[in-house]
Design a protein around this ligand. Structure first.
Ligand code: ZN
Length: 116
């Protein structure tokens, strides 16, 4: 059942013992079969071994789809950035710029790339 193939740089939900809370971790290394072996916490930077089954359902727990600069976002949409974590679009600043509120702070990202 758990035969998902993961790649380095993807995100999985995992409890960080250092932060003391569950958050999206960046996949740091995988086996040739696509099994996660190590993940790193984007907030505190702690790398920890990853055991299969530790994931609390990648799809179900994910509030936003991965950030895609070619996607056109609207205020209120959420995304998961590979570095900054889960963010919510607060405003469209320019046709190709959006403000996104991440757990640490607001960041300006590009979107709708390759259009117009
Ligand atoms: Zn942490």
């Amino acid at each position: 059942m758990d035969n998902q193939i993961y790649k380095s740089g993807e995100r999985v939900e995992k409890f960080c013992a250092v932060c003391g809370e569950e958050r999206g971790h960046v996949v740091a290394s995988v086996t040739k079969a696509g099994r996660i072996t190590r993940v790193s916490c984007p907030k505190c930077g702690t790398r920890s071994p990853y055991k299969s089954g530790e994931v609390t359902a990648r799809a179900a727990a994910r509030p936003g789809a991965p950030y895609d600069s070619t996607h056109t976002y609207r205020a209120g949409q959420s995304m998961t950035h590979p570095v900054f974590g889960v963010g919510e679009v607060t405003a469209v600043i320019e046709p190709q710029k959006i403000d996104v509120l991440f757990p640490d702070r607001m960041r300006r990202l590009i979107h709708a790339q390759g259009r117009g």
